[in-house]
Design a protein around this ligand. Structure first.
Ligand code: TXA
Ligand code: MG
Length: 319
């Protein structure tokens, strides 16, 4: 049974987040499935609960601009937009700040981060927690976004999810997503903050673009797809190649560069280690990385999806 808690029980909410678990959190747009954005296993838990077959980037929710500036690089236009529309239904996609503690599963290994400052209960929770919460809409993959706590309770009735009994969402549609780069603004997802409103505040006329193709192999950044060629579903690797392992028996006879995604064969741990594993082996300057089979159920689907993309042929310069 999902557990409904009053917004006044911030102690329960903070304890749940502190354990690396998700909460159902009201925002002004839709209810979010929120977890600690700095904790990889907590973020992997979001994908697991949603049953998402793919690791698309998540929005990091902050309590104020000061917190946002620790994670994203703000240009003048970005600052104007934050001043005008935060707290509120606007997500800014900005360059990721170097050395940020946001887990790479949140940014999908990209060099950018989606930041949003919600108001009301969500604001109070993030403020008390002291660091960002990653939160997609609190529905299972492929289903409608929830705008009432009862929707979230029904969606996750067979889990122990803690759902905050907040008010119905004001906007009922997801936030506008605006990407800001090189003094250009691109709307990746339309929402209540319109292109006209953005132009009025910044003087820049936004263009429109679907965010879908950031997932295309040709668009992968170097820390998103390794330089080395990945060869999937291999139990072992030649000495000169790296081995990206999964499970207890994987140390085997391989003497080359080695990284185990999860020695205990836990998919949540493996998901949390995925980008670090690819990056670490890639840093060994090897031509090839062999990857052991990962079970194709639950989170394993998203892990295999990401590995398949990283293994796909890609264009040289944008790797
Ligand atoms: O209103 C909202 O934005 C809600 C509430 C809960 O805040 N959240 C939400 O999250 O709609 P989600 O995960 O359903 O949608 C997030 C979108 C995805 O389409 C994702 O691709 C995009 O944001 N996104 C996040 N970070 C990005 C990045 N660095 N670059 C491009 N797109 C990004
Ligand atoms: Mg959604």
């Amino acid at each position: 049974m999902a557990v409904q808690v009053s917004p006044s029980r911030i102690d329960i909410v903070l304890a749940t987040l502190g354990k690396g678990e998700c909460i159902g959190m009201p925002t002004e747009t839709v209810y979010g499935l929120a977890a600690d954005a700095s904790n990889g296993e907590a973020v992997a838990g979001i994908f697991e609960m949603k049953g998402r077959p793919r690791f698309n980037p998540l929005i990091a929710h902050v309590s104020d601009q000061g917190m946002a500036e620790r994670y994203g690089v703000f240009s003048e236009a970005a600052r104007k937009l934050a001043n005008a529309f935060w707290p509120g239904p606007l997500t800014l996609v900005l360059p990721l700040k170097q050395g940020s503690t946001i887990h790479p599963l949140v940014t999908a290994g990209l060099g950018t981060i989606g930041l949003r400052c919600p108001q009301g209960i969500a604001h109070d929770i993030i403020d008390a927690f002291g660091r960002p919460l990653a939160a997609p809409s609190a529905n299972r993959s492929g289903r409608i976004s929830p705008t009432r706590s009862s929707h979230v309770m029904a969606e996750f009735e067979n889990t122990s999810l803690v759902v905050i009994d907040g008010p119905d969402c004001d906007h009922g549609i997801e936030s506008t997503i605006a990407k800001i780069a090189n003094a250009q603004i691109t709307i990746l997802r339309p929402g209540s903050v319109t292109a006209d409103m953005i132009k009025q505040v910044t003087g820049i006329k936004p263009s429109f673009h679907s965010g879908d193709d950031i997932q295309a192999p040709g668009m992968m950044k170097s820390h998103y797809a390794p330089e080395a060629q990945l060869i999937l579903n291999q139990n072992d690797a030649p000495e000169a190649a790296g081995l990206l392992a999964f499970g207890p028996q994987s140390n085997g006879s391989h003497s080359g560069p080695f990284y185990n995604l999860s020695e205990r064969g836990d998919l949540r741990e493996a998901a949390a280690n995925l980008y670090d594993g690819m990056k670490t082996l890639d840093a060994a300057n090897i031509g090839t990385i062999h990857v052991q089979p990962i079970p194709r159920d639950g989170l394993g689907l998203a892990i295999n999806d990401r590995l398949n993309r990283a293994a796909a042929p890609r264009e040289g310069s944008e790797k």
